[in-house]
Design a protein around this ligand. Structure first.
Ligand SMILES: [Zn+2]
Length: 289
């Protein structure tokens, strides 16, 4: 039906009605993604995070996805937040801005105080409030651009201790010659990369027996698994929060031989444990943040 034939009154009433429906659907969507998160169901389709799962499966941009994932996190941590959202006292953006803050607070009273303080506030006001409460100064968002010649151009602002550390490195290096900012940043990156590589390579470098009848996974097996996986999650290819996992749990007779050990990220590892041992059992251990 063409909307052109609606009366003015009906058009305004219908617009309001569809907005109500949209807000209701958004709240239902947040509740559902929280349950998907509890079960770590997104790992079944090879997405290592709730963000990647929503980005891949639903028609949402990075910022829309991020806002929903963070707002849903606040709903998990502050039960009253759902009611405040339903009563139009807070927006998705408000809830997203405080997600990390409330995720790190244990006291329900304090969480509710934060929720009350963001009611009716704009995004900028909410950000300022979070910055005040955390005592952090927000760094300007860095911009990274890769060029076809293999170089990487980064615009960044250093604040607080990082800025002081930069000056310290500059001072130390300048004893021998004058360095440009890219030399100093490059030096810091090279040292960090060197120490990370050393850490990765040290796994399994100690002479050790390949023991497979113990829960502990030997260094040699870990080294072989890393070689196989490329040091990535073997389910979703994530490079972060990696763990060694028994495919058949040790408690169910699985060995620590290479064929029963894999590298998984934290989310895929939790999902595997839910499938193997039950949601009920794993709810006792799962970190819902
Ligand atoms: Zn994973």
């Amino acid at each position: 039906m063409s909307l052109r034939n609606l009366s003015d009154k009906k058009l305004i009433a219908d617009t309001k009605m569809w907005n109500e429906k949209e807000e209701h659907c958004t709240r239902q969507f947040l509740r559902h993604i929280n349950e998907v998160n509890r079960r770590r169901l997104f790992c079944d389709s090879g997405s290592g995070s709730l963000f990647k799962y929503i980005r891949k499966n639903f028609n949402k941009s990075d910022s829309e996805t991020s806002r929903r994932v963070l707002a849903a996190k606040t709903l998990r941590h502050v039960p009253c937040a759902d009611k405040a959202l339903a009563n139009k006292q807070v927006t998705l953006t408000n809830l997203a801005e405080v997600s990390n803050l409330v995720g790190n607070i244990k006291s329900n009273k304090k969480k509710n105080e934060i929720l009350n303080s963001i009611k009716g506030k704009t995004q900028t006001q909410t950000r300022e409030l979070v910055d005040d409460l955390t005592g952090k100064k927000r760094a300007t968002k860095s911009k990274t651009r890769s060029h076809s010649d293999g170089t990487l151009r980064i615009h960044l602002t250093l604040v607080g201790q990082t800025a002081k550390d930069y000056e310290f490195i500059k001072e130390q290096l300048s004893n021998s010659r004058i360095y440009k900012p890219e030399d100093i940043i490059g030096h810091a990156i090279n040292s960090t990369a060197k120490s990370i590589r050393k850490k990765i390579m040290s796994i399994g470098s100690r002479k050790s027996k390949v023991i497979t009848n113990s829960r502990t996974i030997s260094a040699a097996i870990k080294k072989a698994v890393i070689k196989r996986s490329g040091n990535k999650c073997e389910n979703c290819a994530s490079k972060y929060n990696l763990h060694f996992d028994h495919i058949i749990p040790y408690s169910k007779g699985g060995s620590s031989a290479i064929g029963n050990v894999r590298q998984l990220c934290s989310n895929c590892n939790t999902r595997a444990a839910i499938v193997a041992l039950s949601q009920q059992k794993m709810d006792l251990y799962i970190n819902q943040s």
